[in-house]
Design a protein around this ligand. Structure first.
Ligand code: GDP
Ligand code: MG
Length: 792
């Protein structure tokens, strides 16, 4: 068949968006442009591919589709960009595109060029790169059954045959174009660092799509080994892959691997070493054969830029701006560009299609052609509805049950966090108390003793008690991520998140935000689009983190006798409401929607492993302890010192504090907080709480009882608050003041650690914005609440 005939047959096309659930259709083309189109193409939405409509999300949008064995979620508006036709329409023959491989002579590299060997891991998201990395280097990086968990590179070391090798874990990518930060990252990393070998990890159960990336790496002419990961799953499915034949057809070394239990790891590393050794001599490198026309074009343009590899030359033909920049330094740059444009038009004319589709089609054709030979599917292969996880999935994404189940799971998680966590918390508390008492007894009275007992142990200890809660929360989150449920949660709530201008994936950082804002802000890295990432980062601090809980517990217990649970919940819900309004506001003003929409892959359900969850929990625990040893320690000492000096030994502890630096500060800011119903002590508590919100309670402890080890359970502090009076005899606190205070604690200034995380992810500008915005919102909300509530 001549290339020109492809589109001439009359095919009646429809839009994927209109297809009913259960329908299988064939892709004709993807409309739209840029990143979105490219992403769909590389996910497998190429001419002739079969797509099945699996289900609507519970709120009807997005929709889950199956293509090339993987599950992809698209919004209706995105599916409307895909033109499809009947599944049996014969309008093209993909296998026609299989022309096998061509060989390129590659000069040997000098083995002494660098004394360290460097091997990089490249592969689709979620194919097991980090699992292999951890297995080989003994590192404890986060593994997740969720795309985008690794966004920058991680380096580790291993030795083999007496040689030391550096292994680099790169972010997962579906392809190497210029459209997403990860893809650019991987591309630039490979170009700038010239790794000695590329370890391409592919999911053996999903070769068609995974090998697409392989075809791009092959063209880079770097020694490569393809690790067929998840070999255990392939074997279980009963499909048979002739690895030897596949290696020959693709012209690449392929080695079966099961990364999570370590089977085949040795062979993979050995193969990588062999590939490196071989590259020291002149070798024949194998590349995809794109057929006579394109091969001639590649030769023609390649001759004009002898320093560039085949991958880059093809990218120039594809009009890739980053590749074109590389030739700007050449003398004949203008000539190369003109030739490339001429070549592109020649190819597009001959194929009667645009260059992106042509190249993608050919690459997929190559992969399919090879698979048709080497892969024998199990004739009795379990269909999707008998696969493990299917009935579970039906339940979890059921139209009526999905949201209730999601809420119950979240509730269970928080319940487990707080009730299970309460036991170890008690032990830690008694331990700290015991140490404090012991030091109190053995040390002579004086500043040093006051510093250690009241400042350090009181301050840090009050926060340390939350370690068990943090650990449990992260253990649960890790289980949810690993099982594949997190991606479903994103699928379920996408519609709601879309309303406030976000992607369903933002849900995960928000959920983590109830535990602690710092990891939540880091988790926004799973969002592919910078705008979504920013909006999420800026709104996550409104999720009430666990550090604020002690203050709520103290105030609710002291001033509300009925409906305590509901009052506590209302605070959390208010935080969510403010976050939603803020997201809408940002989306409508300074962070307007840009066009890039992104498609999400729904990974298969997998049994979560206790090992992964423990690793994750431990690394979070370590971060928390680090925070403790740095920021909170320093803040506690400062708070203590400000309340301790200047010394007036003749005064009572209460007068002492009123005249201390902190007391003076409090008096100075009193006019600002007075309209909210606060007195100077509360003003000071919010000031010091800026370091970490736990400190609000410990500061109240200092100010009201003269000792720092007060916490939410100390009846003395609670009673002091209940009985505290103003000079005019009125009670300082009442339910209205207490609620206004809680609102302020909820909304104002994210703690220093959260701001540091925002700085890392977004920059100083947004830190400044966040400080002003959150504190402003807190003041206005508390003000309105207090002024209105006292008048009715
Ligand atoms: P990455 O995104 O490529 O870094 O992938 P991860 O290493 O985070 O792994 C993704 C998921 O695949 C995790 O749930 C792993 O437990 C799971 N996984 C990794 N390797 C294997 C394997 O060989 N077999 C099976 N069945 N699962 C695996
Ligand atoms: Mg990873």
């Amino acid at each position: 068949m001549n290339n020109n005939d492809k589109n001439n047959n009359k095919t009646i096309t429809r839009l994927l968006d209109n297809e009913p659930v259960g329908q299988t259709v064939q892709v004709v083309r993807v409309m739209g442009d840029g990143a979105f189109r490219q992403r769909l193409l590389e996910m497998g939405f190429v001419r002739g591919a079969r797509v099945t409509v699996l289900k609507n999300a519970p709120l009807q949008d997005p929709v889950e589709y199956m293509i090339m064995g993987s599950h992809i979620s698209l919004r209706h508006s995105e599916a409307a960009q895909v033109e499809v036709t009947d599944k049996d329409a014969e309008f093209c023959d993909m296998e026609d595109a299989f022309n096998g491989i061509v060989e390129t002579q590659v000069a040997g590299v000098d083995p002494l060029a660098d004394d360290v060997l460097r091997v990089v891991l490249v592969g689709n998201p979620n194919c097991g790169k980090t699992s292999l990395f951890n297995n080989v280097t003994g590192a404890k990086e986060k593994v997740g059954n969720y795309g985008g968990v690794t966004v920058d590179s991680k380096e580790g070391w291993f030795s083999i045959g007496g040689r030391k090798v550096q292994l680099v874990d790169l972010p997962g990518t579906y392809s190497l174009t210029e459209y997403s930060p990860e893809e650019m990252y991987v591309r630039t990393y490979i170009r700038d660092n010239h790794p000695d070998a590329i370890l391409n990890i592919v999911d053996a159960g999903n070769l068609e799509r995974n090998l697409y990336l392989t075809t791009q790496i092959m063209d880079m002419n770097i020694p490569m080994v393809v690790a067929l990961n998840m070999w255990d799953e392939l074997e279980k499915s009963g499909d048979h892959l002739d690895v030897e034949m596949m290696s020959r057809l693709l012209g690449a070394r392929m080695v079966p691997l099961t990364a999570y239990n370590g089977h085949g790891v040795k062979d993979v590393l050995q193969a990588a070493m062999e590939a490196i050794d071989e590259s020291e001599q002149d070798t024949m490198h194998h590349n995809v054969n794109y057929g006579a026309l394109i091969e001639d074009c590649l030769k023609e343009l390649g001759a004009m830029c002898p320093d560039l590899d085949r991958y880059t030359v093809l990218k120039i033909i594809e009009n890739d701006q980053h590749a074109i920049e590389l030739i700007n330094s050449q003398d004949n740059a203008e000539q190369v560009k003109a030739t490339a444009t001429e070549i592109r038009h020649r190819i597009e004319r001959d194929f009667n299609d645009d260059i992106t589709s042509i190249v993608t089609d050919l690459k997929y054709g190559f992969v399919r052609g090879a698979l048709a030979e080497a892969l024998t599917p199990n004739p009795n292969r379990a269909t999707d509805d008998t696969k493990p996880g299917y009935s579970l999935d039906r339940l979890l994404t059921n139209r009526w049950l999905a949201l209730p189940i999601l809420l119950v799971l979240m509730w269970l998680m928080f319940e487990a966090t707080f009730t299970l966590g309460a036991y170890p918390q008690d032990w830690i508390e008694s331990g700290i108390e015991w140490i404090g008492n012991w030091i109190g007894k053995v040390m002579p009275d004086g500043i040093l003793k006051d510093l250690i007992v009241d400042g350090i142990i009181g301050g840090v200890g009050g926060v340390l008690v939350f370690l068990p809660q943090i650990l449990i929360l992260f253990f649960c989150i890790s289980l949810l991520e690993d099982s594949g449920y997190m991606a479903r949660a994103a699928f379920i709530v996408d519609r709601i998140m879309h309303r406030v201008g976000l992607h369903g994936k933002s849900f995960i950082p928000y959920l983590i935000g109830f535990g602690c804002g710092v990891p939540a802000i880091m988790a926004t890295r799973t969002l592919e689009n910078r705008r979504d990432r920013l909006v999420t980062i800026l709104t996550v601090p409104f999720m009430s983190c666990s550090a604020r809980l002690p203050a709520y517990l103290l105030l609710v217990a002291a001033f509300f006798t009925a409906y305590q649970g509901l009052i506590l919940m209302s605070i959390y819900l208010l935080g969510i409401l403010v976050a939603a309004l803020t997201a809408i506001l940002l989306s409508k003003t300074i962070l307007k929607h840009d066009k890039t929409q992104f498609v999400m892959e729904l990974p298969p359900y997998r049994k979560p492993t206790a090992r992964n969850a423990t690793i994750h929990m431990w690394s979070k625990g370590k971060q928390y302890l680090q925070k403790m040893a740095t920021i909170i320690l320093a803040a506690s000492i400062i708070v203590w010192a400000l309340g301790y000096f200047p010394r007036h030994e003749e005064m009572t502890p209460q007068q002492q504090i009123e005249n201390s630096y902190m007391g003076q500060m409090g008096k100075a800011i009193e006019p600002i907080v007075e309209p909210l119903g606060f007195n100077w002590q509360m003003g000071v508590s919010v000031l010091t709480g800026a370091a970490a919100k736990e400190i609000v309670v410990s500061t109240m402890g200092v100010l009201y009882t003269g000792e720092t080890d007060a916490n939410e359970e100390s009846t003395s502090l609670k009673e002091k608050l209940q009985t505290a009076t103003k000079p005019n005899g009125e009670h300082v606190f009442n339910p209205i003041v207490a609620y206004s205070f809680m609102l302020f604690i909820l909304l104002y200034f994210p703690c220093i650690a959260a701001l540091a995380a925002i700085k890392r992810e977004a920059g100083w500008k947004w830190v400044a914005f966040e400080i002003i915005y959150t504190t402003g919102v807190a003041w206005v909300v508390s003000f309105l609440f207090y002024q209105i509530a006292t008048r009715i």
